[in-house]
Design a binder for this molecule. Structure first.
Ligand code: ADP
Length: 160
């Protein structure tokens, strides 16, 4: 059985993340979405809130599990028995960051292979940080996140 992990901040989950998770779940027997539980002042949603939103977003896909972790990604992957690390690529800057991290990860856990999936064309510009900025200024985010994520953002940002 091939287990893959898809780690990230997911603050909050977007349709871009959901697209990558859906496609990765078709490639591997089990996909574990791992949500970083680390102090970061730019994070808007608590780890519990992020886990709940991600769980809701992928509830229809039976071979996806969602959990949080507060260790190195490679240690999390080892702990759950994953041999594959999934990441999404949007642009050249993503590639450079992933390339650098993957070389370090190879040193730490040589058996772990990185699989990068290219973003869907419609999600190329979509990031959680840009989404929060647009939502914070009252912009329309309806086609970028599930309905319940849009509501959670409105509530959090106080612009209901
Ligand atoms: P991180 O802080 O690790 O970048 P994110 O939640 O921002 O956490 O992203 C998690 C993963 O999902 C990363 O591999 C990122 O490149 C990917 N990702 C984020 N948004 C998109 C998108 N719109 N299309 C494809 N991949 C995406």
């Amino acid at each position: 059985m091939t287990i893959a992990v898809y780690p990230g901040s997911f603050d909050p989950i977007t349709n871009g993340h959901i697209d990558i998770a859906t496609r990765a779940a078709q490639l591997f027997d089990k996909l574990i979405i791992g949500i970083y539980d680390m102090p970061d002042k730019r994070i808007l949603f608590s780890v519990e809130e992020r886990v709940n939103l991600v769980r809701r977003a992928v509830t229809q896909i039976p071979n996806i599990e969602v959990t949080s972790f507060s260790t190195l990604t490679v240690d999390f992957a080892k702990e759950v028995g994953a041999k594959v690390l999934v990441r999404g690529l949007r642009m050249v800057t993503d590639f450079e960051r992933e390339f650098e991290m993957s070389l370090m990860n190879k040193k730490l856990y040589p058996e772990l292979e990185l699989v990068c999936l290219m973003t869907g064309l419609q999600y190329q510009f979509l990031s959680s940080s840009l989404l929060k900025e647009v939502a914070g200024l009252g912009g329309d985010i309806r086609n970028l996140v599930p309905e319940f994520v849009a509501s959670a953002l409105k509530e959090k940002l106080g612009n209901e």
